[in-house]
Design a protein around this ligand. Structure first.
Ligand code: PEP
Ligand code: MN
Length: 332
């Protein structure tokens, strides 16, 4: 037919995406071709991420991260050493977290700040994962780091500073590994969703979006937590949306109230920085909370979720991350 197409292979389907205007061609031209299961007409720049209307392509994972309730992913900003990580991993598990975070490769504003233990930290994350059974998420900033982290962690994090790094987005897409994509500090919601589309287009449907605050004129908080974005994204996409109240506020005393607000407005989970000795944390010390405060936040999240979803069975924070995001399937 003289049309060009992009082929996307997911674990379940092969999608042939035609971006040209084919509105004048009847649907049966395509549906009668051998091997075509279904023809879906979409009118959006992000057909994979925004499949919510009518028979559009849908990522059938709505609120699946955490299943019946919000998942709490917690841990230190940076992995600082073996003993520190194993200790905090047991403590966040004890507090009710369903996932462990820890930075091995740290993007720091100043090149003189601690930039993470790198490869060594990945080994400790694997050990903490084995010791606690918690799924692990860590940030990667280059293709080389993707390769190193891939066999050792359950989920790759793309940080705010790399949301616009389209080659890296394609790389984690090709990895087919679950991805936690953070919103850049200056990204519009549409730019955020299009960044997710880059990953989905590689056939990787296991993408979770994370609102972590945007840069505004306000200086009392590190960033401004955009809870509207959570509600907008929940309406707009089928992807799970979680909130990071730690980087959003930069202040430990604000992490609990904003965690409550995030769960109340429909977030599928939280990502929170926790340290056994917050004032001594090697990075982001002012926003680190203790495991005891984390336990209170997990209780809050469960109570709020129960209040707002009286009919749903609850498994707050306990659903394994890998299972939850693996539930991302293409349907609809
Ligand atoms: C982090 O999660 O440690 C981090 C650096 O976050 P962000 O990319 O949102 O600044
Ligand atoms: Mn941090």
């Amino acid at each position: 037919m003289g049309l060009s197409a992009q082929v996307v292979e997911t674990d379940q389907h092969k999608l042939v995406i035609i971006s040209e205007d084919i509105s004048s061609l009847p649907t049966h031209f395509f549906s009668q071709l051998d091997g075509v299961d279904r023809v879906i007409r979409v009118q959006t720049p992000c057909p994979l991420a925004l499949g919510h209307e009518g028979p559009a392509i849908r990522l059938d994972n709505g609120a699946t991260i955490g299943g019946g309730g919000p998942i709490i992913i917690a841990g230190p900003c940076s992995v600082e050493g073996r003993a520190q990580l194993i200790d905090i991993a047991h403590r966040v598990k004890g507090a009710g977290a369903g996932g462990l975070r820890g930075g091995a490769f740290k993007p720091r504003t100043s090149p003189y700040d601690f930039r993470g233990l790198g490869r060594e930290a990945l080994e400790y994350l694997l050990e903490a994962r084995q010791a606690t059974g918690l799924p692990v998420v860590t940030e990667v900033m280059s293709a080389e780091q993707v390769e190193l982290a891939l066999p050792l962690v359950d989920m790759l994090q793309i940080g705010a500073r790399n949301m616009y790094n389209y080659e890296l987005l394609r790389e984690v897409g090709r990895s087919r590994h679950p991805v936690l994509l953070k919103r850049a500090m200056s990204a519009t919601i549409n730019e955020f969703v299009q960044a997710a589309e880059y990953i989905l287009l590689e056939g990787n449907l296991k993408v979770v979006l994370c609102e972590r605050g945007i840069r505004t004129f306000e200086t009392c908080t590190r960033n401004t937590l955009d809870l509207s974005a959570v509600a907008v994204l929940k309406n707009m996409t089928q992807l799970p949306v979680i909130v990071d109240p730690s980087h959003a506020t930069g202040k430990r005393e604000l992490v609990r109230p904003l965690s409550r607000a995030a769960v109340a407005c429909g977030a599928d989970g939280l990502m929170i920085e926790v340290h056994c000795d917050p004032p001594r944390a090697m990075s982001d010390s002012s926003q680190a909370i203790t495991p005891a405060v984390l336990a209170d936040i997990v209780d809050d999240a469960r109570a709020i979720h129960r209040l707002l979803n009286p009919d749903k069975a609850l498994s707050c924070g306990s659903a394994p991350l890998s299972t939850a995001v693996a539930a991302s399937t293409l349907s609809g």
